[in-house]
Ligand binder design. Structure first.
Ligand code: AMP
Length: 218
């Protein structure tokens, strides 16, 4: 199985949910820049303070801030098992930066990394965002419309109170989609030309998509 994976796709296309499943099964480390930035913001670190304004507007955080966060994470030993980058790179500039970082970790990895593009019509994604809640304790993600919740407002897995991300409002999500189309979508072509892009049909149930994902990363 491929050990270096990059998941890309529009906001709420299911990357996070599928990464969690795949990393639980394979032990690959889930490297999610959005979560790392939210963590830095909650802790009030320098990076978090800079990131806050951008995240709350739905814009990309400056590349040097994200690059440092990714570099620190990829330096840790556990990534040797394999890793899934979820939400990075998000621009051509970041993709080029990633090439350099990967060369430092393991020469030749650049050629091996596979990019999985979550191919899904964007029409229903706004609704997914608005109904999305997550568990701050165990990281489980829910859609209030489609997932039965055993105790209202609480996580089925660990019982903690579910929260809504501040940027999961319609207004901010609109900006996130604009940012995605302007800055991230050009990466589809970028990686396709390199011959490392695999399109995953990201429609259907979570389990159906997961089965398709396992086939493509084999
Ligand atoms: P996500 O959790 O992936 O939806 O990301 C939430 C927000 O974090 C985005 O809207 C950006 O403001 C910021 N962010 C996450 N990943 C990146 C990245 N690779 N580059 C710049 N900003 C990012």
């Amino acid at each position: 199985m491929k050990k270096e994976l990059i998941f890309m796709g529009p906001p709420a296309s299911g990357k996070g949910t599928q990464t969690k499943k795949l990393s639980a099964e394979t032990g690959f480390v889930h490297v999610d820049t959005g979560s790392l930035l939210r963590e830095a913001m909650a802790k009030g670190t320098e990076a978090g303070k800079i990131a806050k304004d951008y995240v709350e507007k739905g814009a990309l955080v400056p590349v040097e801030v994200v690059a440092q966060i990714i570099k620190d994470r990829l330096k840790q030993d556990d990534v040797q098992k394999g890793f899934i980058l979820d939400g990075f790179p998000r621009s051509t500039e970041q993709a080029e930066m990633l090439d350099e970082m990967l060369k430092e970790i393991d020469a030749g990895v650049e050629a091996k990394a596979t990019v999985i593009y979550f191919d899904i019509p964007i029409e229903n994604l706004m609704e997914r965002i608005i109904y999305r809640r997550s568990c701050p304790k165990c990281g489980a993600i829910y859609n209030l419309k489609t997932t039965p919740i055993e105790k209202e407002g609480h996580c089925n897995e660990c019982g903690a109170e579910l929260v809504q991300r501040k940027d999961d409002t319609e207004e901010i999500a609109k900006n996130r989609f604009d940012t995605y189309f302007a800055q991230t979508a050009p990466l589809i072509d970028f990686y396709e030309k390199r011959g490392v892009l695999v399109k995953l049909d990201a429609t259907g149930s979570i389990d159906e998509i997961y089965e398709k994902l396992k086939e493509v990363v084999k």
